[in-house]
Write a protein that binds this ligand. Structure first.
Ligand SMILES: *Cc1c(COP(=O)(O)O)cnc(C)c1O
Length: 385
């Protein structure tokens, strides 16, 4: 099976992790700060907090922004469930904004309309999570302008987008957002096995996220309620979690980050080749927003079903049966049973549902050979023609 995504681990990565195993610190040592430095270096953000997943980074981002009961969080229905669940963890309500049919990202026009209605009903969101699907940046300028006009905060879920750029700035610079979150799951562009990070330019948000990441505990005397009892003393001043990244993971991350540019460039070469090889087939190829550089986590095609004799499901299953590890990113969140029980229904977000009826993620990963790519194209051609 040719997988849809796969990590690339070299000897330097392995050596870095082994060195940590032989060192004094398996957690809370020097590697996590080094990884955070590498993230700041790559993005230009002032603060970076490594976490044990993007899911936990999203959670502490929402907490730091003050999201709670009575508030609401909006995101796109075409994303991994974690982009929405973070709102529920905080006791907030979650709602969705339909996608743009070309970029598959949260549509700024749909967002504008929904905000106008919400303003009248006094139900404006506190947080909007903009997801850079497949690595393609959202229209952040438009979303930022709306955030100023309507007074909401913006989190970029950049789990697919490290190494990309929006206009002049790297994804993660938080030029048009409050916080940006990355994922380092093995299928993503850079991996730490499990892992994530939250980046911001705001010291207050960074301090809050640092507290939430580690039990709400501080050793900073300026934040304490009481006078220190002595050298052992710490105070719990809020309710936090254990969302820390280990030294093993961070060392892998430091090593992987030295190859970030190479990783994204290789994805661009694969994508360009797919663009050529697939141009004559009845499929919609990925559209690229001008003035952006995608991290290209995924290569999604959409079937032109009116020109194909098989159904979407038949094509998908034929590909899998022929050894092509295709996937589908994503099942619209509002169609998940857990969300349907909250009142969401089929028909709520028609562009997202149409996308879901046609989309297939075809394999693309660092180290994919031309032969593997030719095989994907050959089998796809056989399956749809
Ligand atoms: C992978 C992913 C997440 C969750 O990442 P974890 O590190 O596995 O928690 C969140 N959002 C998006 C868009 C993702 O692709």
């Amino acid at each position: 099976m040719i997988p849809y995504g796969k990590q690339d681990i070299n000897q330097a990565d392995i050596d870095s992790v082994v060195d940590v195993l032989k060192s004094s610190f398996l957690t809370q040592g020097p590697q996590v700060p080094a990884f955070e430095e590498a993230l700041k270096e790559a993005t230009g953000a002032n603060y970076a907090l490594a976490t044990n997943s993007a899911t936990s980074a999203l959670h502490i981002a929402c907490l730091a922004l003050g999201l709670g009961e009575g508030d609401s969080l909006w995101t796109t229905p075409i994303t991994f469930v974690a982009s929405a669940n973070c709102g529920l963890y905080c006791g907030a309500e979650v709602s969705f904004v339909d996608i743009d049919p070309d970029t598959y990202n949260l549509c700024p026009r749909a967002l504008t309309k929904k905000l106008e209605i919400a303003k009248v009903e006094n139900k404006l969101p506190k947080v909007v999570v903009a997801v850079h699907l497949c690595g393609q940046p959202c229209d952040m300028k438009a979303i930022h302008e709306l955030s100023v006009k309507y007074g909401f905060k913006v989190i970029e879920d950049a789990s697919h987008a490290i190494g990309g750029r929006y206009l002049e700035s790297p994804i993660g610079a938080c030029e048009f957002s409050d916080i940006t979150v990355f994922s380092f799951h093995p299928v993503k562009i850079v991996t730490t096995a499990e892992g994530g990070a939250a980046l911001t330019n705001n010291k207050d948000l960074s301090d809050k996220m640092a507290l939430y990441r580690s039990h709400g505990i501080t050793r900073d005397e300026s934040l304490m309620e009481n006078e220190s009892h002595g050298g052992w003393y710490y105070e719990q001043i809020d309710l936090g979690y254990n969302y820390r990244m280990t030294e093993l993971q961070a060392a892998l991350g430091v090593s992987q980050m030295t190859r970030l540019k190479e990783f994204v460039e290789a994805r661009h070469r694969l994508a360009s080749r797919y663009n050529e090889l697939l141009s004559s087939l009845p499929v919609v190829l990925p559209y690229q927003l001008p003035n952006t550089y995608s991290g290209l986590h995924l290569y999604v095609i959409r079937l032109k079903l009116d020109q194909i004799s098989k159904s979407h499901k038949e094509v998908f299953e034929a590909l899998r049966e022929s050894g092509i590890g295709v996937n589908l990113h994503y099942i619209p969140i509002h169609l998940q049973p857990y969300y349907q029980k909250m009142g969401f229904a089929k028909g709520d977000y028609p562009n997202a549902e149409t996308y879901y009826d046609e989309a297939i993620s075809i394999p693309m990963f660092h180290g994919m050979t031309s032969e593997q790519q030719n095989e994907v194209v050959k089998v796809l051609r056989e399956c749809i023609l």
